[in-house]
Design a protein around this ligand. Structure first.
Ligand code: SF4
Length: 530
């Protein structure tokens, strides 16, 4: 079973904050837990997030605003809410509900991004209840919740979910599913767990509230909990992206176009028409370009970065010597910085594939758009970038806690390289070869953010990513031979990630983070009054 979707997991999610693992997934996990626990008009009183001191959340959750995103998710806020950033201070004062972060050794610590959640709610009749959830953020905003009040579940936010408890509910599951799937709503799965007298119905969307109310009132039903999908619902879970040969095969069936293959496969994944899916890709492309534009317009007085100042506009407008790099590259570099400055300032961005690498793809698109590629061409390039990233996700991970920066800016550079090759007429093999070139140069790239903030070296790595994308695409289109295949390089990226010392995997303890300058800077900001 494969749930990777190009729009949800590779050129998404749309999110706030500097890390998809530590911001996007926390927001979605908390929102999902709140929806489930408050299914029957319960009111949230208190929410506690538990991190393991050995994991990667504990050292960086404040610097990377995991706490801000958990709090916003528990509050049920929308990402576009104007007061999104005010929610954490408010709930930390106990306004609305109480919010706490606790660091303690978790019983289950089998992933660096493990987290337990506890929600205390008051039911409509005044009874207090405490609900426990356990899960992990697994990179690129993807997550799972695998325990709910000690009952095993597997929630990824990729479908709407309805849980029904009651004696003999298994016998009613088909009838319940039929009643929930009216008006074309697709049934995406039914799971019965007799041990807990529970059935779970997975749907494309939640049905009307009246349908749920009737179900809840039915004889033999003890409880009904439900939650909407956290992202676009995944309607097909077959293996679409596991090898570059397979997706190139799909391209061959569609006029040799890798962009078309991306569109066709994503439409299948989301159960949408090709036209509707193309609209979503175009919207995502426009959103990325808007993020870049917003970054250029940012005001220095609004900058909340701890170490860096706003530099994107200056880089874009610099009058560099004519022989240095060229205007496309300068624009792409400036665009990447601009998106990263939005990202580090908690603006709305698009992880591509992660928030730490959220500059490479938008910067590349901005460079293309400014130099002769129209919106349709940029959207085609984005579909190719997403497809190449999906093969990476299917074989590996986007979690820097597991693979270092090679799975963030390394992956995004590979994606962008394929998109540049596509934009300038490359065939599917040339697109993947350009991506291979990037990966062979980023094997073993460590994750070492100074002070845990996604600033240094992250912004610089996004600059390197766009440069890498253009230089690889140029070399391949000019006739260089990548020799090594994309899939085997993804596999090596993942293997080397597993060999890396934990100090080099997002714990802010090694590499750039351990330089004397970095330590001095971290010390200085920790004593500054602001
Ligand atoms: S060093 Fe790379 S992987 Fe680590 S936080 Fe920065 S961008 Fe992400």
């Amino acid at each position: 079973m494969q749930e990777i979707s190009l729009l949800n997991s590779v050129i998404g999610p749309v999110m706030r904050g500097p890390s998809s693992s530590h911001c996007a997934a926390p927001y979605m996990m908390a929102k999902l837990a709140r929806e489930l626990s408050c299914s029957n008009d319960e009111v949230l009183q208190k929410a506690i997030v538990w991190f393991d001191p050995r994991g990667s959340f504990a050292p960086v959750y404040q610097a990377q605003s995991s706490d801000e995103n958990f709090a916003a998710g528990f509050a049920g806020a929308a990402l576009t809410d104007a007061d999104y950033r005010d929610i954490l201070p408010r709930v930390s004062r106990g306004e609305g509900f109480q919010f706490l972060v606790e660091i303690t050794e978790l019983e289950n610590n089998n992933h660096p991004n493990r987290v337990d959640l506890e929600l205390m709610v008051v039911t409509a009749d005044g009874t207090e209840r405490s609900d426990l959830y356990a899960g992990a953020s697994v990179g690129g905003g993807m997550f799972y919740i695998d325990a709910m009040n000690n009952e095993p579940v597997f929630l990824t936010g990729k479908t709407a979910s309805v849980f029904v408890w009651g004696e003999g509910v298994g016998d009613l599951a088909d009838d319940i599913a039929a009643r929930l799937t009216v008006n074309g709503n697709m049934l995406l799965g039914t799971a019965i767990d007799p041990k807990y007298s529970r059935c779970e119905i997975s749907l494309q969307a939640l049905p009307d509230a009246k349908v749920i109310a009737v179900l809840r009132a039915q004889d033999g039903i003890d409880a009904v909990w439900f939650a909407e999908a956290a992202q676009y619902p995944v309607c097909a879970t077959d293996d679409l992206f596991s090898t570059s040969d397979a997706v190139m095969g799909v391209a061959m069936e569609h006029g040799g176009s890798l962009a078309e293959a991306g569109l066709v496969l994503e439409a299948r994944r989301l159960g949408l028409s090709h036209a509707a899916t193309r609209d979503l890709f175009r919207e995502r492309c426009e959103l990325m370009l808007r993020v870049v534009a917003e970054g250029f317009d940012a005001k220095p007085e609004d900058n909340v970065m701890r170490f860096l100042t706003l530099r994107a506009r200056k880089v874009r407008d610099a009058n560099l010597p004519g022989g240095l790099g060229g205007a496309v590259l300068q624009d792409a570099i400036a665009g990447a910085l601009s998106a990263m400055e939005r990202d580090s300032n908690r603006g709305l961005v698009c992880a591509a594939p992660t928030a730490g690498s959220a500059g490479v793809v938008p910067g590349t698109l901005y460079g293309l758009i400014r130099h002769g590629i129209d919106l349709d061409g940029a959207t085609d390039a984005l579909q190719v970038m997403a497809l190449v990233g999906a093969v990476f996700a299917a074989r590996g991970t986007f979690a820097a806690e597991c693979g270092g920066c090679s799975v963030e800016t390394g992956a995004s550079a590979a994606m962008a390289a394929a998109g540049v090759a596509q934009a300038f007429g490359g065939d599917p093999k040339q697109c993947f070869d350009a991506a291979s070139m990037c990966l062979m140069n980023t094997l073993g790239l460590v994750c070492d953010p100074v002070g845990g903030d996604v600033e240094i070296p992250c912004h610089a790595r996004n600059v390197a990513g766009v440069s890498h994308a253009f230089s690889s695409a140029m070399a391949i289109l000019a006739g260089f031979d990548a020799v090594l295949g994309y899939d085997e390089l993804v596999d090596q990226t993942v293997k080397i990630g597993a060999m890396m010392h934990p100090d080099l995997r997002c714990t802010a303890r090694g590499g750039c983070a351990a330089t004397k300058t970095a330590l001095r800077m971290v010390e200085a900001v920790s004593h500054s009054p602001g």
